[in-house]
Write a protein that binds this ligand. Sequence first.
Ligand code: SAH
Length: 239
Amino acid sequence: MNRPAAFTLAAALALLARAPGAAAPVEPAAQRAAREGMARLIAGEGVRDSAVLEAMRAVPRHEFVLAADRGRAYGDHPLPIGLGQTISQPYIVAFMTEAVGARRGIKVLEVGTGSGYQAAILSRIGCTVRTIEIFRELADQARGRLARLGFGDITVRHGDGHFGWPEAAPFDAILVTAAAGFVPPELVRELRPGGRMVIPVGSVYGVQTLILVEKDGSGEVRTRHLLPVRFVPMLSKPR
Ligand code: SAH
């Protein structure tokens, strides 16, 4: 009966590892410590929101990068995820999450799923997340990864995020994680009064500025420049 017993134990461990919200029983302490260091660095750079910092400490970024880059997953830099795309720098993820006022219970749209990491951070905070990715391959990968890691409340769609997700609008917050040439009017329309959007705007290889778009209670829109950034370009044909 040795083999069946061993299988049962393995199956139980696998289940435990997959249960949403369960502490991962097999995660090396080194990864937790590296993540702790990353969160400290981000706090040192000025991110104050405790829910954002908790999410940065909790979500296993090494699961969202290429296998060869796992050892570098907790440095404060972007990393390649294939197809010429990147997972954003952790500080920028935290900064954008704080800037849109992410908090438990709000409905959020992300444009540019990429690896799914930003969506996972939002989900960990307690947001309901919808996210759009223009590469089918990346959308499929992110969907599988997020399900495997227990982020069941994130819906991933393959398509062009310029047009948002009208059936699910309005959103309390919108995060665009690719650089746009302009602020897409559809996205502004899909923002709830009182809602906020962050979006990098600018030329592909030149200067880009992260812009905060705020829609007040009466529907009036104001924009503010937050900081210079560098994102991959927002594309316009699903592929
Ligand atoms: N937020 C991601 C990183 C984004 S990189 C993460 O956490 O990993 C930007 C992503 O935007 C890329 O995956 C790119 O393919 C995607 N993208 C570019 N243009 C897009 C568009 N018009 N609609 C949706 N996704 C787009």
